[in-house]
Design a protein around this ligand. Structure first.
Ligand code: 0RA
Length: 652
């Protein structure tokens, strides 16, 4: 009898194991379906997936410390001080609960149905996915006075969960090494991970998140280490985002609480800039495409401010309609909601669809804002004055824009005269080079493949959109040319940030500037413009940066183009010119120093060029960096440039 039972259970066990392997095999076959992609983003997503489990444990009230380590071999260790993943025998699966969590897709939360689980990553696939995509993974659990461990290779356990000692500690640690046969890059970025941990610290006050980079040791052998902790939550987040902007009100408006059964946290500040910076999160995920929570926020804000302004009598002198956008000019806000069963919609699945959330956020914002306006009449006046100013400027902007559009109709094709267009008309095949200066523009025009490459030269410095009012931006010649060449319309008030991407004439827009400080400054200006007014183009992956070479190393007839110092040293070696006197090294400072053929060979020919695609890790961090780079305060800008600009070092 007992024999029989054993047989059955064995059979079941292996059937389960086969299912497990099929599950993990599916992840390895189509990793992008589970983690988005297998590049830089997907690689970092593995860490977020593991950290999210620890955040859940913290949100349940059992953990307040999460440590992330980038190890020397680019493996990752995440440790928390929670209750530890349960290790008891799981009756149905006939193995340790810990093994189930680590090897069964979506098994993560199923022991603890009552727990308030809302985190769990954009793809919410669980740690078993990370396991499947790692060559090696080791989990350690400190729980009930004992230490447990299990190791895996590409998701398969090497042994049953074992007890390896006694302990007074509590918690879970996962160490994993991403599989280099799956990921196109396996090198972790400290900045990308620390940005996300900082964001998580602001979004989940009271949790300490620490990152240590064991690849980066100082002279005393101490690893680079940063720790994030926020007591004030979103209040501190908006202050951090606006650190380099000039405030209009001293301290943020803030609320935290449950509205209509939904946990809502909101903070906002007004500054003297002309842009709107609202970041919204659902279950710690940045909802780039907005959704019902953002709609509720806007509705509550507009209605409450409008009512207050009307009652105050300040609108008596205003002769035109105030638009929704006017209430949000110079506004920095963060909205965070926790939703039990979020419905994500939109192209990148980052748009919240749950209708019940709209009313909850509307109510939260209305209450917060009307209390604030009642209690702070001086600040209330300042805000209403700013709204009126915004409305006035927008009124002027509309007139300017109408002029532009009328003129475009008159010039026939509507394309700018400076554009040398390509002959291909399928946008997915077409490239637009935005080139610094008329002279380099001329060279690019000669060097290009006119079938699919278009050239738009930009004259000198383009307008700093971070500091200019909107109507100035639409009057600016270079900016108008960019909009019209790309074929996207300038948009009207409410949808000014909603581009008509369907009409985009090129699917690669390539910024090509000199490889020097001025060039990188111009690149930053153009990127700021895209970020503020055409963010969707970046999000869709249409924006690229060209990389012209820095050197040409020559010896006799042999030539080598070089992009880095290492390239240059290798080229000298390869050409047999270690005594440098025999080789000629030409430093390219500008595009203008190359002739048309050289520019084509090195920078424009798709077969040989390297394009850097522009991506946004964190919208909040990008916002802060752009406002800092383009703003008035010099010291933070200098610090950032010294830490990041490779050209600054080369030229020094
Ligand atoms: C479910 C139940 C319990 C703990 C956890 C999940 C848990 C999971 C992770 C993942 C990373 N760190 C974690 N910490 C805890 C415990 C339930 C109980 O003890 O009663």
């Amino acid at each position: 009898m007992s024999e029989e039972v054993k047989e059955v259970s064995k059979a079941d066990y292996s059937a389960d194991s086969i299912q497990v392997l099929e599950g993990l095999e599916a992840v390895r076959k189509r990793p992008s379906m589970y983690i988005g992609d297998t590049g830089f983003k997907g690689l970092h997503h593995l860490v977020y997936e593991v950290v999210d489990n620890s955040i859940d444990e913290a949100l349940a009230g059992h953990c307040n410390n999460i440590d992330v380590k980038i190890n020397e071999d680019n493996s990752i260790t995440v440790r928390d001080n929670g209750r530890g993943i349960p290790t008891d025998f799981h009756a149905k699966e006939k193995k340790s609960a810990l093994e189930v969590v680590m090897t069964v897709l979506h098994a993560g939360g199923k022991f603890d149905k009552d727990s308030y689980k809302v985190s769990g990553g954009l793809h919410g696939v669980g740690v078993s996915c990370v396991n499947a995509l790692s060559t090696d993974l080791k989990v350690t659990v400190w729980r009930n006075g004992k230490t447990f461990q299990q190791e895996y290779q590409i998701g398969k356990p090497l042994y049953d969960v074992k007890e390896i000692g006694t302990t007074d500690d509590r918690g879970t640690q996962v160490q994993f090494k991403p599989d280099a046969s799956i990921f196109t890059t396996t090198e972790y970025s400290f900045d990308t991970l620390s940005s996300r941990l900082r964001e998580l610290a602001f979004l989940n006050k009271g949790i300490r998140l620490t990152i240590t980079d064991l690849r980066d040791l100082d002279d005393d052998g101490k690893a680079k280490c940063v720790s994030f902790f926020s007591e004030g939550g979103l209040r501190e987040f908006v202050e951090y985002l606006d650190a380099t902007r000039e405030k209009l009100i001293e301290s943020p408006m803030y609320m935290e609480g449950e509205k209509q059964g939904i946990p809502v946290e909101v903070a906002m500040l007004y500054n003297n800039s002309y842009s709107e910076n609202i970041h919204s999160y659902v279950n710690n995920i940045n909802t780039h495409e907005g959704g019902t929570h953002l709609a509720g926020f806007r509705r509550g804000l507009t209605r409450t401010l409008k009512t207050y302004a009307e009652k105050s009598g300040m609108l008596a002198k205003v002769k035109f309609e105030i638009a929704g956008d006017d209430f949000r000019e110079g506004l920095t806000a963060v909205i965070s909601v926790k939703v039990q069963e979020p419905q994500f919609e939109g192209q990148t699945k980052t748009k919240l669809g749950n209708n019940e959330v709209m009313g909850a956020v509307d109510q939260a914002v209305s209450e917060m804002l009307s209390n604030y306006l009642e209690e702070n009449p001086k600040q209330a006046r300042i805000i209403v004055d700013k709204v009126i100013l915004a409305a006035t400027a927008r009124h002027a902007a509309r007139k300017a824009r109408e002029m532009v559009q009328r003129k475009n109709v008159l010039t026939g094709t509507g394309l700018p005269g400076k554009l040398s267009d390509c002959s291909e008309t399928d946008p997915s095949m077409c490239e637009l080079y935005l080139v610094e200066g008329d002279s380099a523009g001329g060279t690019a025009k000669q060097g290009r493949n006119r079938a699919f490459q278009a050239i738009l030269p930009l004259r000198g410095k383009i307008l700093n959109v971070e500091k200019a009012m909107m109507y100035k931006i639409f009057e600016n010649e270079e900016i108008k040319n960019m909009f019209t060449a790309m074929g996207v319309s300038i948009g009207t008030e409410e949808d000014s940030k909603q581009l008509n991407i369907a009409k985009l004439r090129y699917h690669k827009i390539i910024i090509m500037t000199d490889a020097d400080i001025d060039g990188s400054h111009i690149t930053t200006l153009i990127l700021t413009f895209f970020f503020r007014y055409m963010k969707e183009l970046i999000e869709q992956g249409y924006i690229y940066i060209a990389t012209p070479p820095l050197y040409l190393v020559k010896r006799g007839k042999a030539e080598r183009y070089c992009w880095t110092e290492d390239d240059r040293l290798n080229a000298i070696k390869d050409l047999g010119g270690e005594k440098e006197s025999t080789v000629n090294i030409q430093r390219y400072k500008g595009l203008g120093e190359m002739n048309a053929e050289q520019l084509w060979t090195t920078t424009m020919n798709p077969e040989f060029r390297t394009l850097r695609q522009v991506t946004i890790d964190s919208a909040a961090e990008a916002d802060r960096i752009f406002s800092m780079l383009m703003g008035d305060e010099v010291p933070p800008r200098r610090e950032f440039i010294e830490a990041n600009a490779k050209y600054a070092k080369i030229d020094a």
